[in-house]
Design a protein around this ligand. Structure first.
Ligand SMILES: Nc1ncnc2c1ncn2[C@@H]1O[C@H](COP(=O)(O)OP(=O)(O)OP(=O)(O)O)[C@@H](O)[C@H]1O
Length: 254
């Protein structure tokens, strides 16, 4: 049997909330081994698309397939292949950081000794060793992001889906996380990140998709999508809607 080249293949995904069409038929191929960025303005449908693609939100239409496994037809198998950092996560925050990551590993059916060794390594890599015994509810936003990332990595998934992984994370931790992700991709893993930070996506990702108003506007290698200009310029060209920044006279302080 040939191995499918796509780590994630989504076809015609669509979702409506009441009268709001959040995602309007998005199809996308994420090549295995790629570092794939999804960018789009606020409310573009990134989180909704990723939630449907990872089995967290049932699509109205369309399919999502991870390494040949249909996410909604074979959810257990598909979820084993994925590590997910959802946006606005609700964690079991009455656990300590160490307990939370351990729990994530044990829930995945992993061996206790392996979990214990990996938890130590992950906490060190993410600079959380000093706070291993602190309750997650007392973590800062950036620390919470990092402990959730550790929980997504513990079972060494084939595909990592990270919704805004760098939001609230300090620059040193962000560089550490980038390092971890780059090594993961170099070893054959696939990373899918959503981000608003064009510069970061341009530097970090090899592929990018631009979404707006629930539709896919462009997708391909970063070089293809950029077409000779910066990703930020291209994004503004594609998405448009640069608002006039006049007005707000009342906000002037002199
Ligand atoms: N549970 C929900 N109920 C109603 N509307 C929703 C729900 N989730 C998302 N939406 C709407 O769907 C649209 C897409 O939202 P989504 O969160 O997917 O966008 P996003 O691209 O991730 O935005 P951001 O970059 O601001 O996080 C928005 O208009 C949002 O208001």
């Amino acid at each position: 049997m040939s191995v499918p080249a796509a780590a994630l293949s989504i076809r015609g995904l669509a979702k409506r909330f009441g009268s709001k069409i959040a995602v309007d038929g998005i199809s996308l191929e994420v090549p295995a081994g790629s570092f794939f960025g999804i960018v789009g303005p606020n409310g573009a449908g990134k989180t909704t698309t990723l939630s449907m693609a990872t089995g967290l939100l049932r699509p109205d239409f369309g399919t999502a397939v991870v390494h040949g496994v249909d996410v909604w037809a074979r959810p257990l198998e598909a979820k084993k292949l994925m590590g997910i950092l959802p946006d606005g996560i609700r964690l079991f925050d009455r656990l300590t950081g160490e307990q939370l990551v351990t729990y994530a590993g044990l829930l995945r059916g992993m061996d206790k000794a392996v979990v214990s060794a990996r938890v130590g390594e992950l906490l060190t890599a993410l600079d959380l060793s000093g706070d291993a015994g602190t309750l997650v509810v007392d973590y800062s936003a950036g620390m919470t992001k990092k402990i959730a990332l550790a929980s997504a990595l513990i079972h060494a998934p084939k595909v990592l889906v990270l919704d805004e992984p760098f939001e609230s994370v300090d620059p040193v931790s962000a560089a550490n996380i980038r390092d971890i992700l780059e090594r993961y991709v170099a070893s054959g893993g696939t990373v899918i990140v959503s981000s608003h930070v064009m510069d970061l996506v341009q530097r970090m990702c090899d592929h990018v998709a631009v979404v707006a108003e629930g539709r896919l506007l462009a997708a391909g290698t970063v070089a293809e999508v950029r077409g000779g200009v910066s990703l930020e310029e291209r994004f503004v060209q594609l998405v448009g809607g640069k608002v006039q920044t006049g007005g707000l006279e009342w906000l002037r302080t002199s």
